[in-house]
Design a protein around this ligand. Structure first.
Ligand code: TXA
Ligand code: MG
Length: 350
């Protein structure tokens, strides 16, 4: 059953743009005018608007159907721009930026007043990210501002990793979409905040892994927030508003099955049906007796393919999906975290 609420109709004539210099300039011009544009990044496509323009930012919320208390990430084009938007850069933030920027890491820091409350979802902090994708960087540079950009999907749907995914969700809802090819990472950026004592708290796992972060700040100086692999109960206080929403869901009911491929096959055999589809690893496919779709083998490949696979399950008309449980270390933790949300935390230990 779809958890996606009805989305308000909108009537934009959405332009499809390439990543030629001329088209990048068109996209930047639209952004300067306060319009919303779908842009490629190395993680997933983003729905960008001028982060400092509250009216433009509220159009992003409308296009996505996003709850207004869920803050947006602000994308900068130069390392030093961080000082324009935050009041303080703790030592560990500086170390992480030096190690992983530009790249798929977002740091939540105390915001300056120049960032409107619409952008920060009413919080006094802001998530800052310096993406590495050359098209994203050029669009930010030419827009002459910082860009607020959530993932470019309708709220609740899997994040888009191709321009066509963005088109499917956003045609008629935004001014333009820039096609920059398939996203190399495939899952959204790693999000971290900093405790008062400077300790790094992982709010959302991504390509920059907890292990990578510990490698920079030291083993004892980085921890995983509650909510990354556990369900947050209704009314419980969360460090990141995104944690409390159901996410990434195909229409089908998804169940994660943890165990060997033999145990998995036995379980599916006992629960099979016309509209059942298994999500298995590439190496499981040979001889697998039921309807399936593969989602990679290495954690990196799983990350790249996960959202496209979740979208194809809808196209296949699947009603029940059984997914093999991914690794929970390195980039695997990001894959597991997204799949857990797609599954509404339904996990069966075989
Ligand atoms: O890779 C990405 O980060 C992509 C691309 C487009 O850059 N963007 C993205 O944005 O994933 P979005 O809005 O889909 O996810 C942002 C996440 C949400 O879970 C939000 O709650 C959290 O980051 N977040 C943003 N600002 C925050 C803040 N000030 N405090 C805590 N969490 C924050
Ligand atoms: Mg998102």
């Amino acid at each position: 059953m779809s958890n996606i609420k009805e989305h308000q109709t909108m009537n934009y004539d959405t332009q499809m743009l390439s990543s030629s210099e001329e088209d990048i300039e068109k996209a930047a011009a639209l952004l300067r005018e306060g319009k919303v544009v779908g842009i490629p990044t190395e993680t997933v496509y983003g729905l960008a608007a001028d982060a400092l323009n509250s009216t433009a930012v509220s159009e992003i919320f409308k296009a996505k159907g996003r709850p207004q208390d869920n803050p947006l990430i602000v994308h900068i084009g130069e390392f030093s721009d961080i000082y324009k938007y935050v009041t303080e850069v703790p030592e560990n933030a500086d170390k992480l930026a030096k190690a992983f920027w530009p790249g798929p890491l977002t740091m939540v820091l105390p915001k300056r007043d120049i960032i409107p409350m619409t952008t920060s979802g009413g919080l006094d902090t802001v998530g800052i990210r310096f993406p590495v994708h050359p098209v994203a960087r050029e669009i930010i540079r030419r827009s002459g501002t910082a860009l607020a950009a959530p993932s470019a999907n309708l709220s609740g749907s899997p994040s888009p990793t191709t321009a066509m995914h963005v088109y499917n969700d956003m045609n008629g809802r935004i001014s333009a979409i820039v096609d920059g090819g398939d996203c190399a990472v495939g899952v959204e950026s790693t999000v971290v905040s900093f405790d008062k004592d400077g300790r790094v708290r992982l709010l959302r796992p991504g390509f920059v892994s907890l292990e990578d972060i510990k490698g920079i700040v030291g083993e004892g100086n980085a921890v995983c927030a509650k909510g990354v692999t556990e369900k947050i109960s209704d009314g419980e206080k969360v460090l990141s508003p995104g944690m409390k929403y159901k996410h990434y869901s195909p229409k089908a009911n998804v169940t994660i099955l943890c165990g060997t491929i033999e145990q998995f096959t036995k379980y599916v055999s006992a629960h099979n049906g016309d509209r059942v589809c298994s999500m298995i690893f590439d190496s499981d496919a040979n001889g697998f007796p039921f309807k399936y779709i593969t989602y990679g083998d290495t954690s990196e490949k799983q990350a790249r393919e996960l959202f496209a696979v979740l979208r194809s399950l809808d196209d296949m008309g699947a009603e029940q999906v059984y997914a093999r449980c991914p690794e929970q270390t390195g980039v695997g933790l990001a894959v597991y975290n997204r799949l857990l949300r797609a599954a509404g935390f339904e996990v069966v230990n075989l």
